[in-house]
Write a protein that binds this ligand. Structure first.
Ligand code: BG6
Length: 483
């Protein structure tokens, strides 16, 4: 059997994109709450993410009564969690990836005591999951950050944020030590090097040099991650805690050695983060990068030792697409997950232009396993697509089944070829708000949620064709894929 009997089949979500109830029961403001949806805009997802955030834009968003801010209401999992978890159980999920909203536990990020009502909410969610024998897989920080700490100390640029995070991590590890055995520290930690506000709370008006702030913030997140790993091992010795990278698999455009070199540069920019978290030290190739960009990472004595002591147990990553690296600027450029890339003539693209490449997932699994020799976990993968709710309330999403089937098959081959893979949690197992564009119409789920881009709809849940298909994949532990 390709997939081991305890293979963790499931699905993935994040609080900021599906929980809602944004100021309810003591939750404070988070960076995600300022993400505006621009109806009928020709802004690309990259444009909206790359817009530098400032204090005045935040003040505006907090008072803006006209704008649409979908991450504030998500799909209202906060009030639907029992119904949603019952559907996950019906599909046979072994695990469910979700995140805890830091500002639900510490509303401003720096309070002395946690918000008990926030803690109780996650107690109820975990109890409900465990009732169905679904293992929670919990991300401590997924694309949201207490707004209070962004405004007060420019988010992760400040070293003080490390201590606030460690306190938050210890509170949730202690509270849920009997309920949660799988943890992730920072979602797609490498995105801090691409855009600073989303996960880093970095504001353009609080820094003279955003790139310097981004890399300093990354250093602080590495320290915080290492402290969380140590705390997890101490508090829940039987638990496993991993890092999470947005894997950007890239191919040389041609066999021109300069294109191959461009691929190596691109891999360095991407794998720097997991190199630190899995190996426990800064890779030497970064010295030149820092020098070329005149960056200086401020480290204190003891930091390097801490990174060594806080190595993760496993590596998780997201994989949606592959891209092209080239030494030439010519050629058609298309969009992607936080990237723009040249078009690969061998691949088809999604409705949003992301290039579909199942074999790329197998390539990535090999590269990461060869490099790190630690168990891997695919915690995000999937197809963002327009779905149609038919009059009889069915949704025929064969395109999604095709995408997932081909990716899972490649995972199976990689396992047969020797890769140690712990599990698979496709992204947005229930439709939720898009991270990059705040749209609702970019759907990934097995479960359709009746809500449109403007937040209108009954919020009723409907099973798509892929729901029944994924259920049979899990039930047969992947066997049905090969029939
Ligand atoms: C990953 C993120 O980058 O991609 C998720 O971890 C995100 O939060 C997912 O939702 C898909 O991206 P998008 O922009 O289509 O929602």
């Amino acid at each position: 059997m390709t997939f081991k009997p305890d293979f963790l089949w499931g699905g993935a979500t994040a609080a900021n994109q599906f929980e809602g109830a944004f100021l309810e029961d003591g939750r404070g403001w988070s960076t995600a709450d300022t993400a505006k949806y621009y109806p009928h805009s020709d802004k690309t997802s990259m444009d909206s993410l790359m817009d530098p955030m400032t204090t005045s834009k935040i003040e505006f968003a907090k008072k803006d009564l006209e704008g649409i801010y979908p991450k504030r209401y998500g799909i209202d999992f906060y009030h639907h969690f029992k119904e949603d978890i019952a559907l996950f159980a019906e599909m046979g999920f072994k695990t469910f990836r979700m995140s805890i909203s830091w500002s639900r536990i510490f509303p401003n990020g720096d309070e002395l005591e946690p918000n008990e009502t926030g803690l109780q909410f996650y107690d109820q969610v975990f109890d409900e999951l465990l009732k169905y024998h679904i293992e929670p897989l919990v991300t401590m920080s997924h694309y949201e950050f207490p707004l209070g700490l962004a405004l007060k100390q420019n988010g992760w640029e400040s070293r003080e944020t490390v201590a606030h995070f460690e306190k938050y991590a210890r509170v949730i590890l202690n509270r849920y030590k009997d309920k949660v055995k799988y943890w992730l520290t920072f979602n797609e930690i490498n995105i801090i090097g691409i855009t600073g506000y989303l996960s880093g709370g970095l504001l353009a008006d609080k820094t003279q040099n955003m790139l310097q702030s981004q890399f300093q913030a990354a250093h602080h997140q590495f320290l915080a991650s290492a402290l969380a790993v140590k705390a997890c091992h101490e508090i829940i010795p039987e638990a496993k805690i991993g890092c999470m990278l947005a894997r950007m698999e890239t191919y040389p455009e041609t066999c021109n050695p300069l294109d191959v070199m461009a691929t190596i540069d691109s891999d360095h920019a991407n794998l720097f983060y997991s190199d630190v978290q899995v190996r426990g030290y800064y890779p030497t190739y970064m010295k030149k990068v820092f020098k070329d960009h005149h960056l200086k990472i401020i480290k204190e004595s003891g930091d390097d030792q801490l990174l060594k002591e806080g190595k993760v147990d496993f590596m998780s990553f997201s994989y949606y697409m592959s891209s092209i690296s080239s030494s030439s600027e010519e050629g058609e450029v298309i969009g992607g997950n936080f990237t723009q890339t040249k078009k690969n003539p061998y691949l088809k693209s999604s409705d949003w232009g992301w290039q579909i490449d199942p074999v790329g997932l197998r390539i990535t699994l090999h590269k990461l396993y060869d490099r790190y020799q630690v168990p891997l976990f695919v915690v995000e993968n999937g197809l963002g697509a327009h779905d149609t709710l038919e009059e009889d309330k069915t949704i025929h999403d064969n395109y999604r089944i095709d995408y997932l089937r081909e990716h899972i098959k490649q995972m199976g081959i990689a396992i047969d070829e020797g890769v140690d893979l712990m599990g698979y949690t496709p992204w947005g197992c229930i439709d939720l708000v898009s991270a990059s564009t705040s749209e609702m119409s970019k759907r990934y789920g097995f479960i359709y949620v009746d809500q449109d881009n403007e937040g209108e709809g009954s919020l009723k849940r409907f099973k798509k064709d892929s729901f029944y298909w994924y259920k049979s994949v899990i039930q047969s532990n992947g066997e049905t894929l090969y029939k």
